[in-house]
Design a protein around this ligand. Sequence first.
Ligand code: GLC
Length: 431
Amino acid sequence: MKQTQQTPQSAEQHKQWFIQDRFGIFIHWGIYSLAARHEWVKNYEELTDEHYQRYFDHFDPDLFDPTEWARIAKRAGMRYAVITTKHHDGFCLWDSQLTDYKATNTPAGRDLIQEWVEAFRAGGLKIGFYHSLIDWHHPEFPVDGFHPQRDDLEFREQAKHRDIRKYTEYLHGQVRELLTNYGQIDIIWFDCSYSSRDWGWSQGKGKKDWQSEQLLKMVHELQPQILVNDRLEIRGDFSTPEQVQPREWVKVDGERVAWEACQTLNGSWGYDRDNLNWKSPDLLVCMLIDTVSKGGNLLLNVGPTARGEFESRAVATLDAMGTWTRKHARSIYGASASEFVAPPDCRLTQHGDRLYLHIFSWPMGALYLENMVGRVAYAQFLHDGSEVRIQDRTQVGHQVENDPVATNTLTLLLPIQRPDVLVPVIELFLK
Ligand code: GLC
């Protein structure tokens, strides 16, 4: 008999790897990658099924090499991966028995999720499925204010009798397939619920429509160890702030929770050819650090091209991040927020008796740590293991004698030249 009930203890245990691993890759890939102008293109441009069909008919990812994707992700320092099995447009990357709207019927001609899972698992990454609760292709999905045909009154009239219960049966059936046919799945990442939306002529959809409680029960029956995100409109295993950096550890009902910021490389999730809003590698490394310093994870997205590759801009960015994460693994994996207070322009993470001081802006000559006198046994740069000399007030000259702040302040003596890494880190060994 499979375990079907999650106890609070088992739920906490299942989360351990997630909290340890800190950095994952999000992959948004589908037939919108051919349009190459955002995964919401069908909605933005109010495209009909007939028009959108061109992307289905021409989906031929001849360069798709998931082993290479996994290699790039690992090189960047990513330890788990979440891929879109189906996005809002309803297109399925796997060989679902419940629809014809799937990769096997495009020129791709095969189950791409199968190949992806095998490659990423072989690469040692944990496996996650993003699955859209929305579906702009399904004939029983009621038209609402997000639907591409929202302004087509004739379409709306014809769609009047759509039955959400029939769609939800399909939704549950597809989730069952995904959690039955691909071995152990570590994360299921549902998106999105919007029951508070009200367009007058239509309402948003949420928990009641998806039958979230029942769906979650089935998910746990099929994969007892799986982590579920928080977008079913019921509290999940982790919270998912999107395209924002929270200002502090994310709380639910006043309590700190596991959380994962999902972020893009350029503002779009799907491949977006003409988008120039690329974040720099040092900004992204700062975001990773900032996230861990607040007890969270970073899920960073890549939108592969229609031919099945990561574009060179994405690879270059991930490689630059990887150069940093390789040398600074200790300050990220297994680390979390610290109760010590970081000096200005810095972020602190902590792992046991090691404190990691990430310096976002390079100061002249010294960094001052308040209330730390007598607490630090040794300090070194993490990138090269070179000593960073420490002074406390007993060793500092007269300028601090009468300064009440400085009396409990520890000084780290820094070189004038900033080390040549995206973000320098000092590792402090606590006494
Ligand atoms: C949003 C968007 C979507 C994207 C997701 C990732 O909810 O609808 O396109 O997949 O965020 O978090």
